[in-house]
Design a protein around this ligand. Structure first.
Ligand code: PMP
Ligand code: GLU
Length: 395
């Protein structure tokens, strides 16, 4: 805390995913053999056809500021993608391209929340939802879920959390960190509750859409009675391994999209022009071209679940999408390891870093203090070695 800084930033938590990744990087630079399973970042490189589109954009002299909400032809590519993959119909004024889905989410919080507005976060939720909410003056309201229910919120628990101050709900499906995927039927049951509260805006974060092993992706906006108050968030970071290219986008009600456009007109002037050109190519091509990555994640999921099942005390459900497992590690609480008592998931995650040289993230950052998140967006070799080390450190 530095009193010279604003209360806003002093009261803000550092992103736990990025902090752990930085710590792992630091330890690696000091000579330690750290295996990083903390960051949700595909270990693949960007597909050749996307790289070529970016190179071509440089050669074609794209250099100037783009329209604040994204190039017109990129918006058209996004509109086609929403129709092709999600059967959602949007017009250009309903689309905003941003510097990553993270900025799309931050825009939404800034344009929708007033001081004290409550934001429902089915927990575990993605780490940044709560601080993005707080910075915008909102109040995060966690809704607990259980591993037995695959960490999915039930309609009853959703309804019980709604108050007159509820403004918004944010969730991801496939979910970071639990890997859970809401089926169309499950989303419909949640929608049946939400239709009774027409002022609540739904933010549906679908950035892991393609990394879904059930074969079915459902969107809240596909329900006619939810379309007018649902914002669908997506991006190219995960499916196209373009994390550093920083392109995310939304489709949603026009008044919200125009407000996001106004907000980022003052904050960033819009996303990077070369990355936007490359994203047109990424989205226009068939998702079949990235299936090899999805297939690899599916194989790694099996590998890591098999290896985790050999470690007594790690309770895991079967994630259906994204590239994370979220084991409950509370069986280790109160136990001594090398003279230190593990009291919390943070202690546990730190112990794994020190004793096994494996970086994970504490579930506390995701609103579940009994779990840790392990990313399997890593090579099979690293996954096998990491699980071997963890098993040894816990034996
Ligand atoms: N939503 C979820 C659920 C995520 O895991 C991430 C992590 N990258 C983001 C949004 C933000 O993605 P980006 O800003 O890289 O598009
Ligand atoms: N979303 C990724 C994760 O959860 C990347 C880190 C971040 O954006 O916070 O690990």
């Amino acid at each position: 805390m530095n009193p010279k800084l604003s209360d806003r930033v002093n009261n803000m938590a550092t992103s736990a995913t990025l902090a752990m990744a930085a710590k792992a990087r630091e330890l690696r630079e000091s000579g330690k053999d750290i295996i990083g399973l903390s960051l949700g970042e595909p270990d693949f490189t960007v597909p050749e056809f996307v790289k070529e589109a970016a190179i071509q954009a440089v050669k074609d002299d794209y250099h100037a500021y783009t329209p604040v909400d994204g190039y017109g032809d990129l918006k058209q590519a996004i509109i086609k993608k929403f129709k092709r993959d999600n059967n959602l119909t949007y017009t250009p004024n309903q689309i905003v391209v941003s510097t990553g889905a993270k900025q799309s989410l931050a825009n939404l919080a800034m344009v929708l929340l007033n001081e004290g507005d409550e934001v429902l976060l089915p927990a575990p939720y993605w780490v940044s939802y709560s601080d993005i909410t707080k910075v915008a003056g909102g109040v995060p309201v966690e809704i607990k879920t259980t591993i037995e229910n695959d960490f999915k919120v039930t309609p009853e628990d959703l309804e019980a959390a709604i108050t007159p101050k509820t403004k918004m709900i944010i969730y991801s499906s496939p979910c970071n960190p639990s890997g859970s995927v809401y089926s169309e039927k499950e989303l419909r049951a949640l929608a049946d509750v939400l239709v009774k509260y027409p002022d609540i805006i739904v933010v549906s974060d679908e950035i892991y859409e393609h990394i879904n092993f059930t074969g079915d992706h459902a969107s809240m906006a596909q329900f006619e009675d939810m379309y007018d108050r649902t914002v669908t968030v997506n991006g190219v970071s995960k499916a196209y391994a373009m994390t550093g290219w920083r392109i995310g986008y939304i489709g949603g009600p026009e008044y919200i999209a125009r407000a996001c456009n106004k907000m980022q007109g003052q904050n960033t002037s819009g996303a990077n022009c070369i990355a936007q050109r490359a994203t047109i190519t990424a989205l226009e091509e068939s998702p079949k071209r990235i299936e090899y990555m999805v297939q690899a994640f599916k194989e790694r999921r099996k590998l890591i679940l098999d290896l985790l099942s050999e470690i007594p005390g790690m309770q895991t459900n079967e994630p259906e999408g994204a590239f994370y497992v979220f084991p409950n590690v509370s069986a280790f609480f109160g136990k001594d390891f090398g003279g230190k008592t593990i009291q919390t998931a943070s202690d546990f995650s730190l112990y794994l870093l020190e004793a096994a040289n494996v970086a994970t993230v504490t579930g506390e950052a995701f609103g579940n203090p009994e779990c840790i998140r392990i990313s399997y967006a890593a090579s099979e070799k690293d996954i096998v070695e990491a699980m071997k080390r963890i098993k040894k450190a816990l034996s």
